[in-house]
Design a protein around this ligand. Structure first.
Ligand code: HEM
Length: 133
């Protein structure tokens, strides 16, 4: 498995653990209230599971298994950029509220996530081809 896929997939597993933990804390808090502060974990729960876990896992596996050009995986820099931008976006959007950051922080996070999608599309588009081509 290529190095970038290992980064993507390991990071996605960390987000899975964190996202489920945050969800479990909020669920517990609904039944037995501990602190209203725990509701501030909701954006992180959503970001970590929807993007950090699922999208990141898909990107990691796609980078690994999409058809190659001989031994080359094409534009790897774009895929690395997607990894960095996606993770920056997940943290800025998911934890901005948690730490009371100004409202432009989640906005920058969303822009980073769009950038990640674009960068990954630039990487993956030419690799969506018949195996023999
Ligand atoms: C891949 C798995 C999961 C995803 C994508 C996910 C996603 C979400 C989303 C989008 C919301 C916001 C829903 C809304 O505002 O209407 C939410 C809320 C919530 N999630 Fe999850 N979740 C996942 C797993 C879990 C797990 C495993 C737990 C508990 C152990 C959990 C506990 C909660 C709780 C307590 C809320 C707040 C519900 C409320 O507003 O009363 N989630 N989740």
């Amino acid at each position: 498995m290529p190095r970038l896929s290992r980064w993507f997939i390991r990071a996605s597993l960390v987000y899975l653990a964190l996202g489920f933990t945050f969800g479990a804390l909020m669920l517990f808090n609904k039944g037995i209230p501990i602190s209203v502060w725990l509701w501030r974990l909701l954006p992180a729960h959503i970001e970590f599971l929807l993007l950090g876990w699922t999208v990141q896992l898909a990107m990691g596996v796609a980078f690994w298994i999409l058809p190659r050009f001989g031994s080359s995986r094409g534009n790897e820099k774009a895929a690395w950029a997607a990894f960095v931008l996606l993770n920056a976006g997940v943290w800025l959007t998911g934890t901005g509220q948690l730490f009371g950051a100004p409202s432009w922080v989640p906005l920058v996070g969303r822009a980073a996530k769009v950038g990640a999608a674009v960068a990954f599309a630039i990487h993956a588009w030419p690799r969506v081809k018949p195996l023999s081509a």
